[in-house]
Design a protein around this ligand. Sequence first.
Ligand code: FAD
Length: 401
Amino acid sequence: MNKIVIIGAGQAAAQAVATLRAEAYAGALTLIGDEPFPPYQRPPLSKAYLSGDFARDRLFLRPESFYVESQCTMVLGRRAVKIDRAAKRVHLEDGSDLPYDRLLLATGARVRTLPLRGAGLAGVHYLRGIADVDAIRAHLAPGVRLAVVGGGYIGLEVAAVAVKRGVDVTVIEAADRVMVRAVTPPMSAFYEQAHRSAGVKFLLNATAQAFEGSSSVTGVVTNAGNVAADVVLIGVGIVPNQEIAADAGLQCNNGIVVDEYAVTSDPDIFAAGDCTNHPAFAGGRVRLESVQNAIDQAKHAALGMVGRPSAYHEVPWFWSDQYDLKLQIAGLAKPDDLVVMRGDPASRKFAAFHLREGVVAAVEAVNAAPEYIAGRRLIAARARVTPERLADPSIPARSLG
Ligand code: FAD
C-alpha cells in the first residue's frame, strides 16, 4: 500500500496530506487540482479578501515548503477526468495517468448556475474561487448598483462588504426570509434588519427570471419587478462535484455516498468534504458545505487510508461574518425544534438554542462566543437542559447543562 492519490486540491485535500504524514504514512502521495493554486481557504473570499483586508498570500492553507517537506507531488492546473477502478489508475485531462493503491476524492462543489436568458452577459458573476473575487472586486465602487441573487450566506456576506464600500445593493431572494436554509426565522429577521440599517434593499419572494442588457448586464427581471443593476452576483447554492465518482460506478446521491469512515462503495476509494453525502451527527444522512466538515472528515479518511479507521462523529459547526456580527452555528437545526432565545437581539449579542425532545440539538449565536462554545459542548454530550435555564442570562453559559 504505497501510492495514495488525492483528487481535488482544496480544504479537505490539504488536511488529508497533513494527517497522512502525521500518521507516518511513508508512501508516495500525489495531489491533483484543477485550479492553478495550491489549496486555499474559501471563507475569506466573500469576507476579508473581497473587502481588500486580506492579502492573497494569506489565503493559502500551507506554505509551499509544507508540500515539499511532506513529499507531496503537486499536479496543479490539471483536471482528473476518469477513474479506472479495475486498473486502479486516475486519468488526467492531458492524457496522462497515475496509479493508486488508495484514492481520496476531495473534489468539493461548484456553484449552482442559473440557466436564464442573459446569464452570460458581462457583469454577471458567481463566487467560488479566487479568480471570481478578483473579477467582482473590480466593480465594487461607490454608486455602482449591485443586484445579489440569493439571500444566503455568500450573497449576504458580499452585500455587507459592498454596501460598506458605497455600493447600492439590492438582494433578490426567492423565499420570504434570508438565510432560509441555514437559520431560524428570528435570526433571519435580525439579519435582514441589520442589512437594511446598513442600506441594503431587499426584494423577497422574488425569483430572478432573466438578466437584461445587450453586452453588459443592466438589470434583473424578477416575478416581483425589475431591479436595475450594473453588476450581478448570483449565490444560489452549490452542487457536489460527484461526476467523476458516478462515472466510475461509485454510489452517489446528492454527493458521493460514504460511510462514517469516509469510505465510498469501493473500499479503496475514500471521499471527504463538500462532495460527500455521509451519516449525520444526529442521525440520517447529510451533505455539508463547511470547513469543519472538510477538515474533520479528511482526518478520518486519512486515518482509514493508513489502516487505522476511526468513525466521524464530530458536531458540525459553521460561521458567517457580516458587518460587526459574527454568527456561529453548531449542530443541525430542524424545523420542528423548540427554539429558545437567550439575550436580546437589539443588543446585537444573543443566541438561539434548539431543543429536540428536550436535548440540545443546535445553537445559533450572534457575537455570543460563550453560548456557542457551551452549545457545542451540550450538543456533543446530547445534554438535556430546560428551556428556562437556557433562556436565563443570569446563569453563565459555561454553567448550562
Ligand atoms: P474545495 O475547497 O471546493 O476544494 C475542491 C477542489 O477540487 C477545488 O479546487 C476543485 O476545483 C477541485 N476539483 C474538483 N474536481 C476536480 C477534478 N476532477 N480534478 C482536479 N481537481 C478537481 N465554510 C465555512 O465553514 N465557513 C464560512 O464562513 C465559509 N465561507 C465560504 C465562503 C465562500 C465564498 C465559499 C465559496 C465557501 C465558503 N465556505 C465556508 C465553505 C468552505 O469553503 C467549503 O466547505 C470548503 O472549501 C470545502 O472544502 P473541500 O476541500 O471539500 O472543497
